[in-house]
Design a binder for this molecule. Structure first.
Ligand SMILES: C[S@@+](CC[C@H](N)C(=O)[O-])C[C@H]1O[C@@H](n2cnc3c(N)ncnc32)[C@H](O)[C@@H]1O
Length: 669
């Protein structure tokens, strides 16, 4: 419209002249031609009883012909569409019936724990009394299969009581059912052995813990500190030597989103895979892994419930995450803290985002307010689509309970409302600029047990981790990240000396991308020119990395100490460092590496070809990596191979699906 009216250039000039995000929002929301194109009423996607009925009927068809996995899919869809009992004025009990049906499908797929969860869901949703005995009977059988003796007996006894009390069952039928139930109770009484551990729904190993937390950053180890360096901004630095494999950060994001490809398979609150998807009470577009997560997400989801479809139409990447960050902070907080947030820039850089006690807490919105967004370097061409999207999203927020209820008022009140909307929109815009440089993916290893080489890392969601966002980049990173649900665990994959900076990788690793491509990517998305070792020395890509060890590191200055050729090796005891001249005992280093070499090769084979990361595989790899990292002058391929194998082991400990213990269940589905 603006282009057609010949006002486009004028609009861009006005936008280009703005001093801050607030002014940008004022320009956009004050331009009639733009707002007339922003929908005033966004379409909401609600529950739908007919749709639920139809999906349930399809599930029943599949169930009758023993296609239980397909039936399960239909029932899960029906569960999402079924109105919550509080809103179901038809009295259909649809949600409870769908849960009940799904529990039967799980039962036939031998996923007994999942079946038990849905039996509880069905009862809580008001399962009809007339069929309750069937549900309790199934509960008893699930417990029997899981060898939970007492729980099984209790469920069967309860089923019996329901049968006795139910006036709708014929006497003859009732007696038969009671006799059958008694037989099961006797079976339970003779049950031997311990109960079967439920590992069907595990997606990762237990979350690693930090030995001691930093008092400034509670999710980081106590030997990390924030420093500010000219040309790099803030970064995380080691205050003592760090060894390969040490856990450095265990961070819960401020907030996360599930990407649209995974929104019906992964929890909208914690990003975990949902084995028994729980529906939202209001919309059909998200699922939760448990009722606890649904409860915990209540407030943050309220601002997007029924609007997910609309929010996803905003075509700026990470728009949904920006929206959710602002929604989580809330109107009252953002208004109250306006002065505090805007004046945060006055404090010392290493204290930016800290609270009044000097704590940099990932759950505090202020930590994210000053993450780098490079607003000053962005062109108006970069800025206008972001600003229009921020305007669209703040319009979406206006259709929720985010803003206070405004009653029609005078001109002054209308002006105040406009200012509030621009202010909230300016936060969304700020994040739309900051997130491309700071957001991290939530990932899951998609395991292919038949073809290990086909296993790959899937991006499930995006999240904002204020502490992780402080780590600067290197094409040869010293840390690696893995997701445990949406919690990010950071470990060292190189030795990091006291005083050295921790470096992460921003999608530009030297073994797989040449220097020109890396530098172009980093400049375009992150606005800096990398000066890491791999860039400065133009290290070769993987296929060209030397396989032979040519040099060791000098103990004194980490300069290169040449390794003698095979001919001389047996006669040579020591060699001099090329940089400082210090002599180094070469023979003992060759022996030290050689001693661990076979163990490394065996472990590497196990990881790559068998995906066997159990037992001593990881400790052997870590031991070898510590030694080569300390002594072998890089680049040298065994360092890369070992590092990749170690990363793979960590990936298997984190979100990975299917896991070894639930691979059969997963295949059936
Ligand atoms: C995720 S932030 C890292 C923390 C940031 N330095 C700060 O002060 O908040 C990413 C930004 O840090 C800067 N940065 C990251 N790695 C860098 C590097 N190796 N050299 C120079 N600047 C870097 C760039 O400005 C980049 O856009």
């Amino acid at each position: 419209m603006l282009k057609r009216n010949g006002k486009w250039e004028d609009f861009l000039t006005k936008l280009g002249d703005c001093h801050d995000d607030y002014e940008r929002l004022q320009v956009v929301l004050g331009t009639e031609e733009v707002i007339s194109h922003l929908p005033s009423q966004v379409e909401k996607r609600c529950k739908n009883l007919e749709q639920a009925e139809s999906l349930r009927a399809k599930g029943n068809e599949c169930f009758k012909s023993a296609k239980y996995a397909k039936a399960l899919d239909y029932y899960s869809q029906a569960v999402r569409y079924a109105p919550h009992p509080s809103q179901d004025d038809s009295g259909s009990n649809m949600l409870a019936l769908c849960f009940g049906n799904r529990s039967a499908a799980f039962f036939h797929l031998k996923q007994f724990q999942c079946s038990l969860t849905d039996i509880d869901n069905a009862i809580q949703a008001g399962f009809p009394a007339g069929s309750l005995h069937k549900l309790l009977d199934r509960k008893g059988k699930c417990c029997l299969f899981l060898k939970r003796k007492q729980a099984a007996i209790e469920a069967f006894e309860e089923a019996k009581q329901v049968l006795v009390a139910d006036p709708n069952i014929q006497d003859k039928g009732r007696q038969d059912l009671i006799r059958l139930t008694d037989q099961f109770i006797n079976k339970c009484k003779s049950l031997q052995g311990a109960s079967v551990e439920n590992s069907d729904t595990e997606i990762h190993e237990p979350l690693p813990t930090l030995l001691k937390r930093s008092s400034q950053m509670p999710c980081a180890a106590d030997f990390l500190e924030i420093k500010d360096e000219a040309g790099r901004g803030r970064g995380l630095y080691a205050s003592r030597d760090i060894k390969v494999g040490e856990v450095l950060i265990v961070e819960k994001p401020y907030t996360s989103i599930v990407l649209s490809d995974h929104h019906l398979s992964h929890c909208h609150h914690c990003c975990s895979r949902c084995f028994v998807p729980q529906p939202c009470a209001g919309c059909v577009d998200v699922v939760f892994c448990s009722s606890q997560c649904r409860q915990a997400a209540q407030d943050s989801h309220a601002a997007e419930c029924q609007l997910m479809d609309a929010i996803h139409t905003a075509d700026v990447r990470l728009g949904h995450l920006a929206y959710k960050m602002v929604a989580k902070a809330g109107y009252a907080y953002l208004m109250e803290q306006r002065n505090v947030l805007e004046n945060l820039g006055q404090v010392e850089a290493s204290m930016l985002g800290c609270d009044e006690n000097g704590v940099y807490d990932s759950q505090n919105y202020a930590t994210m307010y000053h993450l780098v967004g490079h607003c000053d370097k962005r062109t108006v061409e970069d800025m206008w689509p972001r600003t229009i999207n921020a305007a669209f999203m703040v319009k979406c927020l206006q259709q929720t309970s985010f803003f206070p209820q405004w009653t029609e008022g005078d001109q002054q009140a209308a002006e105040k409302r406009f200012q509030d909307v621009c202010y909230i929109g300016s936060h969304i815009l700020r994040h739309l600029m900051m997130l491309p440089c700071n957001a991290h993916e939530v990932s899951e290893m998609g395991v292919n047990w038949q073809e290990p080489s086909q296993s790959k890392t899937l991006e499930i969601g995006s999240a904002i981790y204020p502490v992780l966002s402080l780590i600067n980049h290197s094409c040869d990173p010293s840390v690696v990240r893995h997701s445990y649900d949406d919690v990010c665990v950071v470990r060292a994959i190189r030795g990091i000396a006291e005083g050295e900076e921790l470096c992460d990788n921003y999608g530009a690793l030297y073994p797989v991308m040449d220097r020109a491509a890396r530098q172009a990517h980093l400049l375009k998305q992150y606005y800096f020119t990398c000066s890491c070792q791999a860039c400065v020395n133009n290290w070769p890509m993987y296929m060209e990395i030397p396989k032979e060890v040519m040099e060791f590191y000098c103990d004194k200055c980490r300069g290169p100490v040449p390794v003698p050729g095979i001919q001389q090796a047996s006669k040579t005891e020591s060699m001099a460092c090329r940089d400082c001249g210090q002599r180094q005992n070469i023979r003992s280093l060759i022996l030290k590496v050689g001693k661990l070499e076979q163990g490394f090769q065996d472990a590497l084979f196990k990881v790559i070809f068998e995906m066997d990361v159990e037992g001593d595989t990881l400790p052997k790899l870590v031991q070898f990596l510590r030694v080569v990292d300390k002594h072998l002058h890089r680049p040298v391929s065994c360092h890369n191979d070992c590092q990749e194998a170690v990363k793979m082991c960590y990936a298997f400990k984190a979100n990975a699906f299917p896991r070894k213990n639930n691979r059969s269940g997963a295949q059936q589905r």
